[in-house]
Design a protein around this ligand. Structure first.
Ligand code: KIV
Length: 274
């Protein structure tokens, strides 16, 4: 029954237990977004631990100004394509804007991302009311990643893509929300665009792995948008982005450099932090 997991015994697929063990052993977790099968094969070859089919595909692939226009059909389509190219990395898919306004819709859409898209875990922008949704999904044995800090699906409400948690009260609220999400059953917490000191504090407080993007060097792992590190994205890039194509002979080597930089703690540097 478990033979498919032993297909390549030398390179077993990453599971939640692998990620928990990596946190316990202080091995950094290297994660990247991915939107199609061809790049998924390269992520796999580069030994990326976690691939995220992010709703950032709305900006990176579809050319929108925000992630808001991304639908469940888009997510299921891209997730299935990525799943076909992966063997070892753990596959997470984003629940897009307004696909989890209620527990039942969150469950229905998570099931779709898993059954149609091949995702092993769903990610939702969390905190506040979404904590109950995380608890509900987790209660149905669905692996959940809770996304805190800058929440791109809320930019029209919050007024833009801004660093979160700079003030004492907002930092305390984020820490409390992270604790509540872990208690509700979140298996991974992802922190976007927060001060490095807060990223360090939350990662030390939580038992589950904490992945950061613009959250400093002390989270348990790092994630970046694939097109940013390959310098495909045009226009102004966020402060935390590093171009790994610079000096690399090809895409695979750039991805390998990213994985190595994360594992060795060379990325992010002080210039990438808030
Ligand atoms: O959608 C996405 O790519 C994300 C990352 C920025 C973490 O959520």
């Amino acid at each position: 029954m478990y033979t498919h997991l032993q297909r390549d015994a030398g390179r077993p697929p990453v599971t939640l237990s692998t990620l928990a063990q990596m946190k316990a052993e202080r091995q950094k977790i290297a994660c990247l977004t991915c939107y199609d099968a061809s790049f998924a094969v390269l992520l796999d070859r580069a030994d990326v631990d976690v691939a995220l089919v992010g709703d950032s595909l709305g900006m990176a692939v579809q050319g929108h100004a925000t992630t808001v226009p991304v639908t469940m059909d888009h997510m299921a389509y891209h997730c299935a394509a990525v799943a076909r190219g992966l063997h070892r990395p753990f596959l997470i898919a984003d629940l897009p804007f307004m696909s989890y306004p209620s527990k039942d819709l969150a469950l229905e859409h998570s099931v779709r991302l898993m059954q149609e898209g091949g995702a092993k875990m769903v990610k939702l922008e969390s905190g506040g009311k979404q904590t109950e949704i995380v608890e509900f999904l987790s209660g149905h044995e669905i692996a959940v990643c809770a996304h805190l800090g800058l929440k791109p699906q809320s930019v029209h409400k919050t007024g833009g893509f801004r660093v979160q948690g700079r003030e004492r009260e907002t930092a305390a609220r984020l820490l409390e929300e992270a604790r509540q999400l872990e208690a509700a059953g979140a298996d991974i917490v992802l922190l976007e665009c927060i001060p490095a000191a807060l990223g360090k504090l939350i990662s030390a407080e939580l038992q589950v792995p904490v992945i950061g993007i613009g959250a400093g060097p002390d989270t348990d792992g790092q994630i970046l948008v694939l097109y940013d590190i390959l310098d495909i994205t045009t226009g102004r890039k966020p402060r935390f982005v590093r171009n790994f194509m610079a000096g690399a002979p090809g895409n695979l080597e750039a991805l390998q450099r990213y994985v190595q930089a994360v594992k060795q703690g060379e990325y992010p540097g002080p210039e990438h932090c808030f």
